[in-house]
Design a protein around this ligand. Structure first.
Ligand code: GLU
Length: 432
């Protein structure tokens, strides 16, 4: 097959736009439930915003200064929880928006957590493994006690992984007295198995994406067999979502990553593509069993299900009219902006919202946190079983409330999440 090299970056999300989106989504639901104005004021702002500047010695002996962020949005339901991403688009606004999404996500999942998010504005592919280790360790050290196992618990996100978390937990624990070291293991989740990590945490987000799609399809009296799907982003979330969808009979017919876009209506075997990207610096460009397409033609591919699993603001007023899928499952956080969503809803396209669709990751993080806190080692069967029950529960409540109120799934998910936080404020009142 002919493959044209198609290198074009995915649309750069605009961080200010992301804050606007999350606030509009929030206000939309807050209006629906008549949220008390005082609680609306509290939830519209972030509690703490930490910016750290720190020096790191590069392999060539030069020192580079990095800026890292951690935004803590709300902790009414428990410690701040959420990932750290390493990406050129990370800034304080992106961290704000992503932290807010975490608050709604953890609340909807019924976890005893609030929401936080952060990261560093870097392109990790430009640094060696040793440099990334030093950057991560210095970042952790600079954050100091702004994070902590019962205060703010980071996890992997875009371009960070189990290795990043191993460096973070080791650095954080090393700053404590020897006798206190082990009781700080749950300062981060998403660690490697063997260093406190949970078996199954790696696939949990993608598995959750798959489950929500399956539950929705089953609700329509249908199955995944022979359904076609496309995935934007072939990282941890995109890969595992595609893997499970394919295992249940669906066919992957298009993929887009940061380097290019490919399609094959006969199907792209998920693991075959994965192995190819592993040997191709993480890029799908040049994959021999598919055709390269133009970047802007990706979302127009004819399919049943579309899984955006990369960055925010990818489906907007500029391309929402092109979408052929009848279902969009948001593996990424904030992949559809408010204007894009209006067009999709008018076209009767169902959206499984991020705070439900990709909540499998933070739910598994909660299991890892419990495992460390209790000195246990959980079996993968139990992890999968518990994850499935939690996601089914959330899915059923979101879909039942959407039906009873005649609203879309996102609004329904937000209403449920906000009402839980509202309840905590009403019960406790505002100090002093
Ligand atoms: N970064 C993931 C998310 O956006 C996981 C967060 C976590 O496990 O704390 O949900």
């Amino acid at each position: 097959m002919t493959v044209i090299n198609n290198i074009k970056k995915m649309d750069k999300p605009n961080a200010k736009g992301m804050v606007k989106n999350v606030l509009e989504q929030f206000n939309n639901a807050a209006n629906h439930i008549n949220l008390h104005p005082n609680i609306r004021k509290i939830l519209s702002i972030t509690n703490n915003e930490i910016i750290v500047n720190f020096p790191v010695k590069m392999d060539n002996g030069e020192v580079e200064i990095f800026q890292g962020y951690r935004v803590q949005h709300n902790n009414a339901l428990g410690p701040y929880k959420g990932g750290l991403r390493y990406h050129p688009t990370v800034d304080i606004d992106a961290a704000r928006a992503l932290a807010m999404w975490m608050t709604w996500k953890t609340s909807l999942a019924g976890l005893p957590y609030g929401g936080g998010k952060g990261g560093i504005q870097i392109d990790p592919s430009k640094y060696s493994q040793n440099e990334l280790e030093r950057i991560t360790r210095r970042f952790t050290y600079a954050l100091g006690d702004n994070i902590g196992p019962e205060h703010d618990i980071p996890a992997p996100d875009v371009n960070t992984n189990a290795q990043t978390m191993a460096w973070m937990s080791d650095t954080y624990m090393s700053t404590k007295a020897p006798a206190e070291r082990s009781k700080n293991l749950h300062v981060v989740t998403g660690k490697p198995i063997g260093s406190g990590g949970l078996d199954g945490r790696d696939r949990a987000t993608g598995y959750g994406v798959y489950l929500t799609v399956k539950f929705w399809i089953e609700q329509q009296g249908d199955t995944l067999k022979n359904k076609t799907f496309i995935v934007q982003g072939f990282g941890n979330v995109g890969y595992w979502a595609a893997y499970f969808l394919e295992s249940d009979g669906a066919k992957l017919i298009g993929v887009q990553d940061a380097y290019g876009s490919i399609t094959n209506s006969k199907g792209i075997p998920v693991n075959d593509l994965f192995l190819y990207t592993q040997n191709n610096h993480g890029s799908l460009v040049g994959y021999p069993e598919a055709y390269a397409i133009e970047h802007d033609d990706f979302f127009a591919l004819d399919c049943h299900i579309c899984v955006p699993a990369a960055l925010g603001n990818q489906i907007t007023e500029n391309n929402a009219h092109l979408i052929k899928a009848s279902l969009i499952a948001e593996g990424a956080n904030g992949p559809i902006n408010v204007e894009g969503e209006k067009i999709l809803l008018e076209r009767n396209i169902t959206i499984i919202p991020d705070i439900l669709c990709n909540s499998g990751g933070v739910i598994a993080s909660y299991f890892e946190w419990l495992q460390n806190r209790n000195g246990e080692i959980w079996q993968i069967e139990d992890v999968i079983d518990k994850l499935e029950k939690k996601i089914k529960n959330s899915f059923d409540s979101v879909s039942a409330f959407a039906k009873s109120e005649n609203i879309d799934l996102r609004k329904s998910a937000y209403c449920i999440a906000i009402k839980r936080i509202e309840k905590a404020y009403v019960q406790r009142g505002i100090f002093p």
